[in-house]
Ligand binder design. Structure first.
Ligand SMILES: Nc1ncnc2c1ncn2[C@@H]1O[C@H](COP(=O)(O)OP(=O)(O)OP(=O)(O)O)[C@@H](O)[C@H]1O
Ligand SMILES: [Mg+2]
Length: 499
């Protein structure tokens, strides 16, 4: 049976001051269906790149498995998808049926192979690339965030597909998606890396139990240390005092009949007890340091939201549509009510982001039909689907007149590393970029939030922090996302775009 044995793996990127991985030991079986989880920037993608031998590390990785990686790099996207598939898989023409067989399991029309790769929708590209990597049944697939470009139906199809496979690692922040697929979890914690048997929910339960027992143990140790230290001091004082008295008595009356031997013996015993007590207190302090090292920071976050209570709704659309020669969004009527979260749902490519851009009044090659009215003078915080921010966080905040200290404070609460505060945003991991965009949006004063797939790339703890803030503050928000579990939790209203 094939395995991956990782021993003493240590790694850091050149620019980093501390190791990203420090003497990591892991043992993975080739049949496991693993979910790789951890907060943004913890090194999930890096770990996959290390397994693929793309980075120099110290320690050893012993395996006889063939690794495949998603997303593959498509060198010439103008080529037909079928040719791209052959090139990436190394298959001969006559073996294209192997790709077709996988596409079939992914409920894809085989005609996609005849279309230029670049013309496929992001969801279709994802499925094609997955089909290509899973052609080798004996391979071990490393799948890095396949869900980001998938709509609700796409996630369902890919979850079912992966459930039928064996021997892979998938990174995803969609807990519902992971629960459907995996039987093991690799978790990159704050200080350690663990492997658990179970799905995401079982992992989370175990982690909660462990965290709670560590917190209880820490509280107990704190009490014990205080008691032990106080008792050590008391015993030491007693011993010192009786020694002093003894010496005083000796000086005062050399013929005293005090049993000096007894006193000396007793104070020495007390001294010993005091030092044992102090030793135990020191041990408890050391033990305490080992606790809570993996407990994640999840301080509550707050939206800088100002409600406009004199309007019942901030946006209302009636038989509204955006059209051009080749595309038209379905006709839709909806309202964005004050103090409510409205979710705009629909498959990939149906025109949700186009509607957002119309609300923002951006130039677009579309004509409008029907009506959409947006209250004048309201402050809108818009988070686009892709983060294209450049420069440092400070520069971006200052350009948008957002208080940069507020942005930094929000980033800290989201577990973002302080060392990256001055880095150019374009060099950050996808999730880190997203956290910057999110912190900017949180810090900006707003009456309305337009969030286009805000949860993409964000780790589960960050998602939970956002959910908690939304549930507490009830902001006026129009939101697009394909994580149905999450939308069900926060949305007051749902608007479905359907052909
Ligand atoms: N080529 C690189 N050079 C320097 N630092 C890098 C490089 N690639 C990633 N990093 C940094 O290494 C850390 C780990 O990055 P990585 O992309 O592996 O994280 P991740 O867990 O996959 O995050 P995400 O959830 O956002 O995808 C981050 O702090 C990131 O900024
Ligand atoms: Mg990553």
């Amino acid at each position: 049976m094939g395995t991956i044995q990782i021993t003493n793996l240590t790694f850091k990127y050149d620019q980093m001051s501390t190791n990203l991985f420090d003497s990591v030991n892991l043992s993975i079986d080739e049949s496991w269906k693993l979910g790789l989880i951890g907060r943004n920037g913890r090194g999930k993608t890096t770990l996959l790149n290390i397994l693929r031998n793309k980075l120099d590390y110290s320690g050893s990785i012993v395996t006889n498995l063939n690794f495949y990686y998603y997303p593959q790099n498509v060198s010439n996207p103008a080529k037909l998808a079928g040719d791209v598939a052959l090139e990436l898989s190394g298959l001969k023409d006559y073996d294209i049926w192997k790709v077709e067989q996988e596409l079939d399991k992914l409920k894809m029309d085989l005609s996609v192979l005849e279309r230029p790769f670049e013309n496929l929708s992001p969801g279709e590209r994802t499925k094609l690339l997955l089909a290509v990597m899973f052609v080798d049944n004996n391979g071990f697939q490393l799948v890095d965030e396949p869900t980001n470009h998938l709509d609700i139906e796409g996630r369902e199809v890919v979850a079912n597909y992966l459930r039928g496979k064996q021997g892979f690692i998938v990174i995803s922040h969609d807990r519902g998606f992971l629960n459907q697929i995996i039987d093991h979890v690799i978790s990159i914690n704050r200080n350690t890396i663990d492997v658990y048997q179970g799905d995401f929910d079982t992992w989370e339960q175990q982690k909660d139990i462990r965290d709670n027992s560590e917190m209880a143990e820490k509280a107990q140790l704190k009490k014990d240390i205080k008691k032990m230290e106080a008792s050590a001091v008391k015993k030491e004082n007693w011993a010192n005092q009786s020694e002093r008295n003894k010496n005083k008595n000796i000086k005062m009356d050399l013929h005293t009949n005090l049993d000096k031997g007894f006193l000396s013996h007793k104070s020495a015993k007390m001294m010993k007890k005091a030092s044992t007590m102090q030793k135990r207190a020191n041990e408890a302090v050391e033990k305490k340091k080992d606790l809570l090292k993996d407990i994640e920071i999840d301080d509550p976050i707050v939206l800088n939201y100002v409600e406009i209570s004199h309007f019942n709704q901030l946006i209302s659309a009636e038989n509204f549509q955006m059209v051009n020669d080749s595309v038209q969004t379905p006709e839709v009527s909806f309202e964005v009510k004050t103090g409510k979260v409205t979710a705009l749902l629909g498959r990939n490519g149906i025109g949700k982001s186009t509607i957002f851009k119309r609300i923002m009044d951006f130039d677009q090659p579309f004509e409008q039909r029907g009506n959409i009215s947006i209250k004048k003078g309201i402050k809108v915080s818009y988070m686009p689907q892709e983060t294209t921010l450049h420069g440092t966080i400070r520069q971006v905040a200052e350009n948008s007149e957002i208080d940069v200290e507020q942005v930094f404070s929000n980033l800290r609460k989201l577990g973002f590393e302080r060392e990256l505060f001055n880095d150019p945003i374009e060099h950050m991991s996808q999730g880190q970029k997203r956290k910057v965009a999110l912190s900017l949006s949180l810090s900006q004063e707003a009456n309305l939030y337009l969030w286009d797939e805000p949860f993409n790339y964000l780790d589960v703890i960050t998602r939970d922090q956002i959910i908690a803030a939304i549930k507490k503050q009830h902001p006026t928000m129009l939101i697009i996302d394909h994580d149905i579990g999450l939308i069900d939790t926060i949305a007051d209203e749902k608007v479905m775009l359907k052909e």
